[in-house]
Design a protein around this ligand. Sequence first.
Ligand code: IMP
Length: 336
Amino acid sequence: MLKKGYCFDDVLLSPQFSDITSRSRISLASNLDDRYAFGLPIVSSPMDTVTGDNMCVAMENSGGFGIIHRYSTIDEQRAALRSARDQGCVFVGCAIGVTGDYIERSSALIESGCSLICVDIAHGHHILMKNALSKLRKEFGSGIHIMAGNIATLNGFNDLADWGADSIRVGIGGGSICSTRIQTGHGSPTFQSVLDCSRSDRDVALIADGGIRNSGDIVKALAAGADFVMLGSLIAGTNESPGEVIHRNGQRCKQYRGMASIEAQIKWRGHTSSVEGVSSHVPCKGPLGLVLGGLETGIRSGLSYTGASNIPELQRKSVFTVQTSAGATESSTHIK
Ligand code: IMP
């Protein structure tokens, strides 16, 4: 079977009549479920160079939320969760795996006030995910919000929803530090996966994850049906991301690495298995609030071009054009 998959750069949203007279009148509110609503549809990725306690606090202050990574002991993860509470954070997510201590870990985190459990594995459309979701629901009931992923297809989305997920991370192989497609030949353009999964009739939030490079990609992901976007590289290197500032070629940088990179695997499990990520450095970007503020301005402007005053209206009205490769060149700045 052969199907076509479009990525962010393959498409553009068509500008439409707009009666939005001020971008400040646009709402970017999005619901994670019946209980949890956020002012900004952005989530920070559960990676050890992206989300710890400080990132959760800063994400909440900007209207989104963070998910503390799982690559630490239970005590360390719980300490990060508590520290985000101590700093006034109301909503904190925590990631877990599907083997080993994941039930004990979830129990400790839920007892310590975690608001969301994120079942975080590379290939989420998997029997181990099914078993883990069933166990988690049996153990903790429906009171706790469970995010699960990642998946790349509508079948995967529907199965995870039916297995008990409340929200689902969509995107395989698109991350900036990801080498899954090179290592395994598998993946799907994140934009196409979002478009496919948005056809689901399940009442589950869709989180577009991997490969989002700018506010334009965020607008396209939301228009294609995402309720939230998850960010890694765009917010790595902020003051609130974990890690030391290092100097490279006269520039202040922080490490940003895939959780399946050699460096990350050595750190969290002492050896490497299938290497599906790389380690890199990103320039220091200052406070998260400034970075998200810039993105938010672009997103608001994007909704205004479609004539949408909120995300559901954007999703109803949006019309995509597939552009040629010459169009993609024209779409980036091209002054000679
Ligand atoms: P980015 O926003 O393009 O940098 O992508 C971040 C996303 O990449 C994360 O939220 C994960 O879904 C994914 N990811 C993180 N680490 C790895 C890895 O080592 N290999 C493949 N994907 C990864």
